[in-house]
Design a binder for this molecule. Structure first.
Ligand SMILES: [Mg+2]
Length: 327
């Protein structure tokens, strides 16, 4: 175990790590792996899929920052998060371009859109997220990372029941099915171990062992039913899988697998996020999810300066990261 990071530097590395990964993927979102193999992304590109300037991040980062804002409110990291506040910020993002890179909201996922429409009609945040098995896109996973700084996830003696309840509450605002919560839960546990200074492979083995033993103690049929869907992650041998066995669709299970696979097969921030983008398809989200962990693993200094220089609203992100973890 190396030295644990300060929360401020971890928070900056995490938020910048998400946004840079997202921005690398935006210009080539939806393009296939074959197209990327012939023309790999090696740095920030402009235009492409969403016709945005270089350094423009999308919904993944916007909703991550909305959650960070909610948690950055006074006592937001020690009490139960104010989900109504988070819901209002999500509405403001979709309607008014709040916490967007350029003032324009683009790239909105289906379940998120449905949930925000319900929030706008006054449905309680606990009931807003669609909850069928088919509502398991990766949009709860892509925005969940700031929650790792909540006290529940950071106490020395981690209470996995409390961490599950907190994660479920925050995921459910847009994604009410336990499969989405389980993806977020594993991801946050990985992130916690990285904040504490563990190397990625050690963090992964510890997370797989902890989640496996916790899941097998659950009385809930629903949670137990989810285990087979995360087999590749929970078995503990994810990095041994071939690229052909890794999907990079917008399904939460695929995104978690792909992001972890990229993290565990590479040993720098840029190599991890470029590998994620070059898997193709849901490039921005795979790279945002991988980028948050790679930022935590290797620190802000590992993110290429040339990428940070063009990143939209870099200073605003840094100030938000500071506010998230200092009071
Ligand atoms: Mg996106």
């Amino acid at each position: 175990m190396t030295k644990p990071q300060s929360f401020v530097s971890a928070s900056r590395a995490a938020l910048l790590g998400v946004a840079v990964g997202d921005a690398l993927g935006v210009p080539v979102e939806f393009e296939s792996r074959q197209v990327r193999a012939a023309d790999p992304v090696t740095g920030m590109r402009a235009y492409g899929t969403h016709r945005q300037p270089a350094g423009t991040w999308s919904d993944d980062s916007s909703l991550t920052f909305c959650l960070a804002e909610t948690l950055a409110r006074r006592d937001g990291l020690s009490v139960s998060p104010d989900l109504a506040d988070f819901g209002r910020r999500c509405i403001n993002w979709l309607d008014n371009g709040y916490w967007t890179a350029t003032g324009e909201t683009f790239d909105v996922g289906g379940a998120t859109h449905t949930a925000i429409n319900k929030l706008r009609r006054g449905v309680a945040p606990e009931l807003a997220g669609p909850r069928s098995e088919f509502d398991n896109g990766n949009e709860a996973l892509m925005r969940i990372l700031p929650l790792v700084f909540h006290q529940t996830w950071q106490v020395e003696a981690l209470d996995l029941n409390a961490a599950w309840a907190l994660t479920s509450a925050v995921a459910t605002v847009t994604h009410g099915h336990p499969r989405s919560t389980l993806g977020c839960f594993f991801y946050l546990l990985m992130a916690r171990q990285l904040v504490r200074g563990e190397a990625p492979m050690v963090a992964y083995e510890q997370s797989a062992a902890l989640v496996n033993s916790w899941l097998h103690k659950q009385a809930s049929e629903l949670v137990f039913h989810e285990i087979p869907h995360y087999n590749a992650v929970l078995r503990g041998d994810l990095p041994a899988l071939s690229e052909q066995q890794i999907s990079s669709s917008g399904y939460v299970v695929h995104t978690l697998e792909a992001a972890l696979w990229c993290l565990l097969r590479h040993d720098t921030y840029p190599a991890t996020v470029l590998a994620a983008v070059n898997l193709g398809e849901d490039t921005d989200t795979t790279a945002a999810v991988a980028g948050g962990l790679a930022g935590l693993a290797y620190g802000e200094a590992s993110i290429p300066a040339a990428w940070l220089t063009v990143l939209a609203r870099r200073t605003d992100i840094e100030v938000l990261a500071q506010r998230l973890t200092t009071r």
